[in-house]
Design a binder for this molecule. Structure first.
Ligand code: S3P
Length: 448
């Protein structure tokens, strides 16, 4: 069991040893959709309301940046509907201060796309130490093809970044990586460019921007093969919407794996977003022959949503993940690497080099932390190989400031023999502020 005291930095995590996880849980709102609702609502005309927003640090960074540019956004508080008074496509004011994107790559990359076309206005963006090390040229470079001016350290690759707003021209742009952040930045820039813009992705990344921009009234069309080409024609006025955000499958992932692996467990995760560009973990769990069932499948505000039931069923099968699948489960690799330790056979994760430029180098950090628990893992430039089943032991762990690492190590600790300590568990609050409370609740219920 975990120690739920408010001790900020060091947590004691005990092995599950006879304790299973059971009951139902509602994970917080989808992080990707939360950012987009705030951004698109701000440049729409009229009122946008958002129900189910993720009340955590990353969306709060996005909201604070938008407020600095004159948008009125009500406080982001758990359980409260957020209201935005949109300022229209050209209404964002030049901020008097540096825009601080905190730990959030989505905030920085999407806001870059939003700002580059604001002619005559000047913006400076920065973030925390992790964000200042993450590559921004992947956004700045294609935006330059539209006439944008983005400067920063290392030839524009690292924040702090300076943007001089320019009149942009539409273009046909092939993105270098299958990244929804890069794609979304280009779509946002395209809204105010001269002429149409077509974005062509190497693989189909999450499509929340496309769905939501269309709902706001943008002139956006999906052309060509399996959603990989998106064309935006400027000129359409965006109109405020009522948005309902489902739970984040990337947060549900921790309970999916814990429920499948901790003996005796059965968990129902309610209200989870099941957009097919995000459900790679369910594909993998089917290959593992885990017992998962989707119930109450429905459509809410343009996104598929359902409840997921997961049950422990004994030893599972090893799996393979390749580059083609990566965009559909990119944020789930840390928890899937924990799962692989307990599966029978050799798990191979390839095409995962993007993990090296997330909040931390997640391939290196997960390898380091799981090795400290005694795991046998081979790390390659673009992935991991893990032979299972193996047993791991409790030890001194560190999230290395990464939210998804913190939560993955919590589940690993339950599956280990003996007690672990976790430094930096508070990082979980970046995407799942109540993770530790939910872990405790799911555990205590079976004890009662
Ligand atoms: C996100 C896209 C993904 C993901 C990130 C959120 C988004 O990043 O890892 O957590 O909201 O667009 P990339 O688009 O860079 O792959």
């Amino acid at each position: 069991m975990s120690d739920t005291s408010n001790e900020p930095s060091l947590r004691t995590l005990r092995s599950s040893d006879g304790i299973s996880l059971s009951g139902s849980v509602r994970v917080p709102g989808d992080k990707s959709i939360s950012h987009r609702a705030l951004l698109f609502g701000s440049i729409a005309e009229g009122l946008t309301t958002i129900e189910g927003i993720l009340p955590s640090e990353d969306p709060i960074s996005t909201a604070d940046c938008l407020r600095s540019m004159g948008v009125s956004i009500s406080p982001i508080v758990k359980g409260q509907v957020v209201s935005i008074r949109g300022v229209g496509l050209d209404g964002l004011k030049e901020p008097e201060e540096v825009l601080n994107c905190g730990n959030s790559g989505t905030t920085m990359r999407l806001i870059l796309g939003l700002l580059v076309g604001r002619k005559g206005r000047h913006f400076v963006l920065t973030g925390d130490a992790s964000l200042r090390r993450r590559p921004m040229q992947r956004v700045g470079q294609p935006l330059k093809l539209m006439g944008a001016s983005v400067e920063g350290r290392s030839n524009g690759n690292f924040a702090p970044l300076a943007v001089s707003g320019k009149k942009l021209r539409g273009a046909v742009i092939g993105t270098p990586v299958a990244s929804a952040q890069v794609k979304s930045a280009l779509l946002l820039a395209a809204l105010t460019a001269e002429g149409s813009t077509t974005v062509i992705e190497p693989a189909h990344s999450r499509d929340h921007s496309e769905r939501m921009l269309k709902a706001f009234g943008a002139n956006l069309e999906i052309v060509g093969e399996i959603g990989r080409q998106i064309r935006v024609c400027p000129g359409a006025i965006l109109t405020g919407q009522k948005i309902i955000i489902p739970g984040d499958i990337s947060s549900a992932a921790f309970w999916l794996i814990a429920g499948a692996l901790v003996p005796g467990s059965e968990i129902t995760i309610k209200n989870v977003g099941l957009n097919p560009t995000r459900t790679g973990i369910l594909e993998v769990m089917q290959k593992m022959e885990a017992h998962i069932e989707i119930i109450n499948l429905r459509d809410i505000a343009g996104e598929p949503v359902g409840d997921i039931n997961v049950k422990y069923t004994g030893i599972l099968k090893a799996f393979k993940i390749n580059e083609e699948m990566m965009p559909r489960l990119v944020d789930e690799i840390p928890i899937l690497s924990v799962a692989a330790l307990f599966c029978n056979g050799e798990t191979q994760i390839t095409g995962a080099s993007e993990l090296r430029v997330k909040e931390t180098d997640r391939l290196a950090v997960m390898t380091r932390q799981l090795k400290a628990m005694g795991a046998d893992i081979q790390e390659y430039p673009d992935g991991l190989t893990i032979k299972g089943p193996q047993s791991i032991k409790g030890c001194a762990l560190n999230s290395e400031t990464d939210h998804r690492v913190a939560m993955s190590l919590a589940i690993a600790s339950m599956l280990a023999k003996g007690t672990s300590t976790l430094q930096g568990g508070e990082a979980a609050s970046i995407s799942y502020p109540e993770f530790w409370e939910d872990l405790e609740k799911l555990q205590t219920r079976t004890n009662s």
